[in-house]
Design a protein around this ligand. Structure first.
Ligand code: HEM
Length: 278
């Protein structure tokens, strides 16, 4: 749907729903770091009583009671916080957990998770509408549009980039249909794994042949890998020009993957001229 329609439709939907006629929600649990970030950016952090573990920004979000990771949250943990609203990314789940919350009479508002500026706008209007905020999000959306447009006018390096995320024992590369790919595109970087869909373990031969000149990764991936040296020493990665020249950019997981209000900051960091990681 055209994004300007969402701007008006989302608040209207909330007004039409009977529960929205009640008082504005005061005890909100958020499942999805980008939504938490938006609530704070709109000045509504004080309405939050809990969040999931991907809610790592702003620093105040660290003090919120946690209910597990949004893709596998704890229903009991959410209910124990006695929320009058649950704001959930559409990737929050599993689906049965969302259904269970609804069966328990909890109001759940699900917002789009797509990795695009249009979906980010929908998330902002959705949060503002669900929380019935006076700040309807338009100023924040206008600022983001302006900042992203200004960044995209600047020259991009178009560097051949490998985006690595490590959650378990081995790093995986991000292909099409990932938020990671969306961020790279906005930053004008060329994803060497655009020939695959989703996240996959690296194939040694293909990575050597793709010859990435830049590696982008996240803070938690570095931790999981045991630090930058251990990540760059992994088979397949070690042979790349990026690893040999230590051309690595590390962003926090929510900044890199979240498509939240710090999207311009993520783009700006990825657009910096290639340099060596220390
Ligand atoms: C602050 C921490 C985290 C944030 C902000 C975060 C956020 C995200 C986001 C936005 C995605 C979609 C990625 C994309 O499409 O490119 C994702 C995917 C995923 N995350 Fe997290 N995540 C965090 C930590 C973790 C941790 C610690 C684990 C597991 C140990 C994990 C497991 C996964 C899995 C399994 C996927 C799906 C990957 C796939 O599509 O194959 N995440 N996460």
């Amino acid at each position: 749907m055209h994004r300007s329609i969402w701007r008006f439709l989302l608040p209207l939907l909330f007004l039409l729903s009977t529960s929205a006629l009640a008082e504005a929600p005061q005890r909100v649990v958020v499942l999805g770091g980008a939504l938490t970030e938006i609530a704070y950016a709109l000045g509504a952090g004080d309405r939050l009583v809990g969040a999931d573990q991907s809610s790592i920004y702003p620093p105040a979000a660290h003090t919120l009671p946690k209910v597990g990771y949004y893709r596998q949250f704890s229903v009991e943990g959410v209910v124990a916080l006695r929320p009058d609203l649950i704001l959930a990314s559409e990737q929050a789940g599993p689906p049965e957990a969302i259904n269970q919350l609804r069966r328990l009479g909890k109001r759940v508002v699900v917002l789009p998770a797509d990795a695009s500026l249009a979906a980010l706008e929908q998330r902002i209007y959705g949060v503002a509408g669900a929380l019935q905020l006076r700040n309807d999000g338009r100023a924040l959306v206008a600022r983001l549009q302006r900042d992203v447009a200004a960044l995209q006018k600047q020259p991009a390096s178009k560097a051949r980039t490998l985006l690595l995320i490590q959650r378990g024992r081995q790093a995986e590369g991000a292909g099409l249909d990932t938020a990671a790919h969306g961020t790279l595109q906005l930053a004008g970087l060329s994803n060497v794994l655009a020939g695959q869909k989703g996240y996959k373990p690296l194939s040694l031969e293909s990575i050597a042949a793709l010859r990435p000149e830049l590696i982008v990764t996240s803070t938690l991936s570095l931790q999981a890998a045991g630090g930058i040296d251990a990540l760059l020493a992994q088979p397949g990665i070690a042979q790349t020009p990026a690893a040999k020249q230590r051309r690595v950019i590390v962003l926090d997981d929510l900044l890199l993957l979240g498509f939240g209000p710090r999207l311009p900051e993520a783009i700006a960091q990825l657009r910096k001229p290639l340099g060596k990681a220390s």
